[in-house]
Design a protein around this ligand. Structure first.
Ligand code: HEM
Length: 528
């Protein structure tokens, strides 16, 4: 957008303040000096040496040399779109979040991603997909940073660097790009059997979605909603695509990777351009906020467990529609900064130890990725609510702050910004009691790693089971280490004898016996 209006001091005004202005009829330098030629360096004669005084050459090359920023350490490959979220108001009795009141429309920006591939990797690989939504609410930014799989690999965020190191390409040869077809991946997940549930979702058809438009999304963790009276409810968030959930077959995914590595990205952009706006319903499963934070025997703080929808139905609370493509990939899709800790009044966190690590991690990584602490000022990250903070200076500071006293209270700036209690829309944490011995240990309820993978396996149709067997066989078949394959087969033996036998046969190895009884009904009474 060009600066069509200027203040008396030459500052762009109005809409042009939102973007660094680009306009005018002439090519200029970054300093606004008109340029006669951008194709020839300044030389001492047509065949002579290039002169150091060529400030245009120096600026042009310097800027080009620094065009790249680090890609995300995970979820590097992504595509995004703008849209709107319309609230049904059905959650208004359990949360005071303004954007969840009846009929409220909130602008959103949604980024879908693969987890492990690099920025230029192919779309239709077998991997988990990110599903991150930024709600620009009137009370500030709320981010729901979810995945297309309802559980996670690990129960404690302290293992996140480990699981990602295991999933990324081997450090010696930087292969493979594929998530799971290698030794370190299977080494990790067979040694940390809490990963069994997520891994089984990856090996199922959910690991190769047909389209972003046909994917479910999950907040994974249990969150705590708070209403105006201060009453709390535990919830899990679900996105349900209006087009239904669809996957590719493995053969389709392989072909598409070659023919059109941008398949998902193109599909999303083309659909929106054609006016076929994708839609998802946001739903919640609700649970009483009891001191135990358990529901029907399931630990709600364990991110490797789902709560079956038969036990807690998903209740729709609003509709998301994506209706506008980004106009600049770098400015928007690349520079958007999601954070699980971007919360608004009415939505609070729980003590899930995976979530705790995330609450630290996102801002920390963005400090490096986006070059300093001022990335909330980048247009795509700006709240659609007034900002009156006391954060100052730092790299890439775009704001020209007024006043002399960025602290509170002060007697110099003619009045400080007010502090808002809950009645004025302030974010007030739920005042829960916190106590306990300092320990490094997991609760006993985290020890059950197999009953839910077994439940998942048993819920599959024959053809889906065949796909899962084929996926385990293919991915494990890429391992060099026999001991790793054998250990993973022992994990499969604890889920189902047929699954284990079929994969073992495919790998040309003997099928081991289960190390724990395959009890019928499954160990957790809720899952029988
Ligand atoms: C990025 C989801 C666990 C660290 C992302 C993104 C998503 C996501 C969707 C991409 C955001 C984007 O599009 O820009 C999840 C989910 C998790 C999980 C659903 C578990 C339930 C974790 C944990 C950590 C972590 C445990 C660290 C302790 C990161 C980092 C990024 C990221 C560093 C890159 C962010 C950036 O550079 O902007 N995650 N994540 N994630 N996640 Fe997670």
């Amino acid at each position: 957008t060009g600066p069509d209006t200027f203040s008396p001091t030459g500052q762009p005004t109005g809409a042009s303040q939102d973007a660094v202005a680009q306009g005018g009829a002439f090519l200029t330098s970054a300093q606004g000096v008109r340029l006669p030629d951008t194709d020839h360096s300044l030389k001492a004669g047509p065949r002579g040496p290039v002169l150091l005084q060529d400030f245009h050459l120096r600026e042009k090359i310097m800027h080009f040399d620094h065009e790249r920023i680090p890609e995300r350490v995970v979820h590097a490959r992504g595509s995004a779109a703008h849209g709107v979220f319309r609230s049904y108001g059905t959650a208004a009795n359990i949360t005071k979040a303004a954007f969840l009141a009846e009929g409220v429309e909130t602008p959103v920006f949604v980024r879908f991603s693969t987890v492990l591939g690099s920025r230029g990797s192919a779309d239709t690989v077998r991997d988990t997909r990110g599903f991150a939504t930024k709600f620009y609410t009137t009370e500030g930014v709320y981010d729901l940073v979810g995945n297309n799989i309802p559980v996670f690999f690990i129960q404690d965020g302290i293992k996140f660097p480990d699981v990602i190191h295991a999933g990324k390409p081997h450090p010696d040869r930087e292969i493979p790009q594929a998530q799971s077809a290698h030794d370190t991946f299977w080494d990790f997940v067979s040694l940390h059997t809490e990963a069994t549930h997520h891994t089984m979702w990856n090996m199922s058809d959910r690991g190769i979605p047909r389209s972003f438009r046909m994917m479910e999304g999950f907040g994974v963790h249990t969150f705590r909603l708070v209403n105006a009276e201060g009453a709390t409810t535990l919830v899990k968030f679900h996105w349900k695509p209006k087009l239904g959930v669809h996957s590719l077959t493995w053969e389709e995914a392989q072909l598409i990777n070659g023919v059109d590595p941008d398949y998902h990205r193109r599909d999303l952009a083309d659909a929106i351009e054609a006016g076929a706006y994708p839609q998802w319903e946001l739903g919640i499963q609700t649970f009483p906020d009891t001191p135990e934070q358990m529901f029907e025997g399931i630990d709600l703080l364990d991110p490797t467990k789902i709560v079956p929808e038969e036990l807690a139905p998903v209740q729709p609370i609003g509709l998301l529609e994506l209706n506008r493509n980004p106009s600049n990939f770098f400015a928007e899709t690349e520079q958007v900064a999601f954070h699980a800790g971007h919360l608004v009044p009415g939505i609070d966190v729980t003590d899930d130890p995976l979530l705790a690590a995330r609450l630290f991690s996102y801002l920390d990584t963005q400090l490096t990725r986006l070059g300093g602490p001022n990335f909330p000022q980048i247009p795509i990250n700006r709240p659609h609510a007034p900002v009156n903070d006391m954060l100052r200076d730092g790299f890439h500071q775009d704001a020209v702050h007024r006043g002399v006293a960025p602290y509170r209270p002060n007697s110099l700036d003619g009045g400080c910004p007010f502090q808002a209690g809950a009645a004025q829309g302030g974010y007030v944490e739920v005042p829960l009691e916190v106590s306990g011995r300092k320990v490094r240990e997991a609760p006993a309820s985290y020890a059950d790693h197999f009953s839910q993978p077994r439940l998942f396996w048993r819920s599959m149709s024959p053809v889906e089971k065949e796909h899962i067997i084929d996926a385990y066989t293919f991915e494990l078949g890429k391992c060099y280490e026999q001991a790793v394959k054998e250990r993973q087969l022992r994990v499969l033996a604890n889920i189902d004898p047929v699954l284990c036998r079929e994969v073992a046969q495919g790998l040309g190895l003997p099928a081991p016996e289960p190390s724990e009884p395959l009890a019928e009904p499954a160990p957790s009474p809720a899952l029988s």
